[in-house]
Design a protein around this ligand. Structure first.
Ligand SMILES: [Zn+2]
Length: 325
């Protein structure tokens, strides 16, 4: 589905299998040239949909000159490889996002680290196997691509008559960037700010120093300072009122962090058991993907609480346990 949201500026909605069921990519048109912001997910029929949508406005995927990627989650960029093969488009993303993407298709490195990480955080061997299968599924849709260049913090890029700034916004994903069109007041937000849900946070299992929540909150501060009129997110409708939305998301994280802190006592608990406990009855209906996401998010809060000195993490018999102070 293609929607003209402003003159020469289109939103194209493509499918994805996860809970939101759709992802938006944005196309900026200058004459017969297109700059695409994110690519959508490499799943059956997606490429054909993108082609048909661009055809409906007299263009096509061959018109794509540049591809700007907000972050390297598969729903946002896994079609980049296919587009690189079939077009002459140049691919631009941050160097960190490129690194993160590379991990996903090195299954021989990723899977042993993931097995160790999720077992340490309290998943049973059967659950770890199921989670590895999920990771394998994701790896299977990844088509590799080679970045043409890396985006730098605050640099200004041009496309036709448009100018936009690269704003580094790590948190939802390492290496996430937003694109800010200062003159038009538009923010191409990727998954940094979404209208209905708080963007998910996950640890980087290769990098224990990376603090997703701390980085994410700092990145909210950064975009709040910009003179933004309209936010164009990767999922959901465009919206206005950045300060209100930022305040809601901040409150959400503070409340979730407090709930996790309050679930702790002198008895060590694993990340996985805490994630189920704070989610109540709903946890018994989780599928493998939801278990994985819940554990990830819980660990992000535990990491932050530990950094603040509010809780203690201890390794006992290869399992990490958390206690309150
Ligand atoms: Zn994402």
């Amino acid at each position: 589905m293609i929607t003209e949201i402003q003159t020469d500026f289109y939103r194209i909605t493509l499918p994805m299998p996860y809970r939101l069921r759709h992802v938006h990519v944005y196309a900026l048109v200058q004459g017969s040239d297109v700059a695409l912001f994110d690519t959508g997910m490499n799943m059956p029929g997606s490429y054909e949909l993108l082609e048909a949508d661009l055809k409906s406005i007299g263009l096509g995927t061959k018109s794509i000159r540049d591809i700007y990627i907000t972050h390297s989650h598969t729903d946002h960029c896994s079609m980049a490889g296919l587009l690189q093969k079939r077009t002459t488009a140049k691919i631009h993303l941050s160097s960190i996002a490129d690194n993160v993407y590379q991990y996903f298709h090195k299954a021989d490195e990723l899977i042993p680290v993931a097995r160790l990480f999720y077992a340490r955080h309290g998943m049973s061997p059967g659950e770890v196997d199921a989670m590895v299968e999920e990771i394998d599924d994701i790896s299977s849709i990844i088509a590799t691509f080679n970045a043409d260049d890396y985006l730098e913090q605050n640099e200004i890029r041009e496309f036709g008559n448009y100018k936009f700034e690269v704003i580094f916004t790590p948190g939802h994903a390492a290496g996430h960037v937003c694109f800010f069109f200062r003159e038009e007041g538009m923010l191409m937000a990727g998954d940094h700010i979404l209208p209905y849900i708080a963007p998910s946070l996950s640890p980087n299992i290769f990098d224990d120093i990376y603090q997703p929540l701390k980085s994410y909150l700092e990145s909210l501060d950064v975009v709040e300072q910009l003179q933004i009129t309209t936010i164009y997110p990767g999922h959901g409708n465009s919206f206005t009122g950045i300060s209100e939305r930022v305040a809601e998301i901040r409150t959400h994280h503070e409340l979730r962090k407090q709930v996790i802190l309050q679930s702790l006592n002198a008895q060590p608990k694993t990340t996985y058991s805490i994630s189920a406990e704070v989610s109540g009855a709903g946890a018994s209906r989780w599928d493998d993907w939801e278990k994985f996401m819940a554990l990830n998010e819980t660990y992000v809060y535990l990491q932050e609480l530990e950094r603040e000195g509010a809780i203690i993490e201890e390794l006992n018999d290869k399992i990490l346990g958390y206690t309150s102070i």
